[in-house]
Structure formats: C-alpha cells, structure tokens
Design a binder for this molecule. Structure first.
Ligand SMILES: *[C@@H]1O[C@H](CO)[C@@H](O)[C@H](O)[C@H]1NC(C)=O
Ligand SMILES: *[C@@H]1O[C@H](CO)[C@@H](O)[C@H](O)[C@H]1NC(C)=O
Ligand SMILES: *[C@@H]1O[C@H](CO)[C@@H](O)[C@H](O)[C@H]1NC(C)=O
Ligand SMILES: *[C@@H]1O[C@H](CO)[C@@H](O)[C@H](O)[C@H]1NC(C)=O
Length: 319
C-alpha cells in the first residue's frame, strides 16, 4: 500500500513539531507541585518586579504569604504588585525600596522591615546584575560585586536575628552555574587593578556559594537554613547587558528553545522555600530540585571560604 507524498511530508513535519515541543518541555525543567500554604508567614523577595523574582513573589502570594517585594524601582514594583494582587486577591503583598548598590539603602530597608514585621520566614536573594560595564558604587565597590554579592550579604546578615527568632526559616540564593568557571581573586577582590565583566560576574557567583557554605556552618543548630540554586538559563532582564540582546528578534528561536521562561526558572526557588523535603538541608547547591556537587577547588577549600567570609564581613563593615 502506498500513500501520496503529502502524507509523508505531513507526518515528517508533525514529528518535527512534536519533537521540538517535547525538547522545549524537557529543557524547561520540572514544575513544583507541592501545595504547602504560607498563611501567616512573611517572605522577602529581592528584585521582585520582573523575571524570576516576580514569579517567585506571585507563587508565595498564591500560597497566602505576606510578601515584601524589595525593588530598586518603585514604579515598576507597584505595577508588578498590582498584577499579583489582582490575580491572587492577596492584599498582603507590598513594595519596599531596596537598592543593593547602596549600603545606606540596605540599612534603611532592613530597619523598616524590622519595625514592620515580627517574623521573617523566607528570604529570597534573587536580584542580580550580569555582565554590566565597569561602574563603582557609592560605597566604593565594583557594581557587579556589590549588587550580586556584598549587598545580599549585608542584607542577609542584617536580617539574621529576625530569621533566627522566626526559625524554622529559610534563606535562598539564586546563583548560577558559572561559579564553576569563577575564581576568587583575593589580591584584587574589588577589581581595582583590572576589570573584566564576565570574570567579575563569575567571581561574584562563586563568592555567594562560598559565603553560603560558611554561613550554613555559623547557623548550625538555629533551624535557619541557607541554600543556593541555579535557575537554569532564563530569558529575563538580567540578560539586558548582553550584546546579543539587541538582536532579540533574530535570536528568538534560539531563546525559545534554550532559555527558560521566568515561571519555569522560579521553580527551584519555590521548591527550596516551601518543600518539606529540604527542611533540614543547609549550605547546599541545587538545580531542578536536585542537590548538585560544586566542583570549584576554592569552594572545597575550607580555609579559602573562611578567608572570604572574614574579608567580606570587613568590606560590609560588620566586623
Ligand atoms: C546568599 O548570598 C548572601 C550574600 O552573598 C549570603 O549572605 C547568603 O548566605 C547566601 N544565601 C544562600 C542561600 O546562598
Ligand atoms: C588577580 O588580580 C591581579 C590584579 O588585577 C592580576 O594581576 C591577577 O592576574 C589576577 N589573578 C587571577 C587568577 O585572575
Ligand atoms: C565565566 O563563566 C562562563 C560560563 O561558565 C565561561 O564560559 C567564561 O569563560 C567565564 N569567564 C571567565 C573570564 O572566566
Ligand atoms: C528534619 O528533622 C526533624 C527533627 O530532627 C525530623 O523530625 C524531620 O523528619 C526531618 N525532616 C526530613 C525531611 O528529613
């Protein structure tokens, strides 16, 4: 028996279409299905006005949490907040100004939070910048290093007492696989002698992991856990400094297949924030709900982690 050629062509096209949808689905990673509620709990999400942060805030709002959206741009924050409140009917979602490039702003934010809430159950350090041009913050640090690393450290450390008091509580850090290529340059942590944007980015991401590991040690016995995660390559605004971003239309097919939509990228953050499976796990690194090994030599070196911890606390003037 033989079919006319269009049947063959049609089924070939169908197979390709189906295959590419399945491929996309596979690349997108798992969706967290747990139905835990967060009534009566308070969560802070930094960089919550767009991308992963917004999806994370939206999920927490659906679960009934009080959500503090910590954003640099209050206008964008208000728009995202309105969208989330309209959708979830959770009126305990609010915006607060936080600029991680300014220690002063971080201190104002944490003072405000401490005044307003008695407990803090979840902190998601989500905000970050990627591959930005060389810039020095008002505190004298290279911008990427401060926004991705020093700022979240100061924020986390300033909220730690509140989180210990609220235990069990969870700190979650969105980082990236690039730590594998990262190197901490102890002789020039702040890139004063030379700046290379991807080098600085990679360094900031490895630094977060090393700090997380050390912080987890200090938090042993408190029931406050800290974990870091890689969200998958996502198609969000963090890419805005990448050169190919100006070719958005041309790169659409590539982005469609290889980058995750923010909703998918947020799933591991949500998992770490609410799943009972990880309630006792701390100081670890996750991707797609699985604990992953960190292979960086400096990460495995306890002395290097401790050295970075001390140096960092000095830089943010906590010691
Ligand atoms: C997140 O990063 C901040 C600063 O880098 C650090 O204080 C905190 O321990 C980290 N937490 C996690 C879960 O990685
Ligand atoms: C560390 O920084 C110094 C000064 O910029 C530079 O000479 C050195 O090559 C850097 N080392 C690494 C491993 O990047
Ligand atoms: C930074 O990490 C990326 C991703 O792993 C890697 O391709 C790149 O070479 C690294 N950049 C530098 C300067 O080490
Ligand atoms: C976490 O630890 C508590 C107390 O030791 C225990 O009751 C609980 O079952 C543990 N949870 C998990 C998921 O292992």
């Amino acid at each position: 028996m033989s079919f006319p050629p269009w049947v063959y062509h049609g089924s070939l096209l169908g197979t390709i279409a189906l295959g590419s949808i399945l491929f996309k689905e596979y690349r997108s990673g798992p969706i967290y299905k747990g139905e835990e509620l967060l009534m009566g709990k308070t969560a802070i999400v930094t960089g919550a006005n767009s991308g992963l942060g917004k999806e994370t805030a939206r999920d927490f709002a659906h679960r009934g949490a009080r959500v503090i959206m910590a954003c640099r741009d209050l206008e964008k924050c208000a728009a995202a907040q309105k969208e989330i409140v309209d959708e979830t009917h959770n009126h305990k979602v609010l915006c607060k100004k936080l600029d991680l490039a300014s220690f002063k702003s971080i201190k104002e934010f944490t003072a405000d939070v401490q005044k307003e809430v008695k407990f803090l159950d979840i902190l998601v350090n989500n905000a970050g910048v990627m591959h930005c041009p060389y810039q020095v913050t008002e505190d004298g640090f290279e911008n990427q290093f401060q926004v991705n690393y020093l700022g979240p450290v100061l924020l986390t450390m300033s909220l730690l007492d509140l989180m210990i008091k609220s235990a069990p509580s969870r700190i979650i850090n969105v980082t990236s696989v690039v730590h594998a290529a990262g190197q901490i340059n102890f002789s020039d942590l702040n890139a004063e002698k030379g700046y290379h944007m991807t080098l600085a980015y990679n360094q900031s991401k490895l630094a977060i992991l090393m700090f997380t590991k050390e912080l987890a040690k200090h938090l042993q016995g408190t029931k406050v856990t800290v974990n870091a995660l890689h969200p998958g390559m996502t198609d969000t605004e963090i890419n805005r400094h990448l050169r190919w971003n100006s070719l958005r239309i041309l790169t659409f097919p590539m982005r469609y297949y290889f980058l995750r939509q923010p909703f998918r990228g947020a799933q591991t953050s949500i998992y770490l924030a609410v799943s009972p499976e990880v309630e006792n796990i701390s100081g670890k690194y996750f991707s797609d709900f699985e604990e992953k090994e960190v292979k960086s030599e400096q990460f495995l070196d306890d002395e290097a982690c401790k050295q970075l911890w001390l140096k960092t606390l000095q830089m943010v003037k906590l010691i």
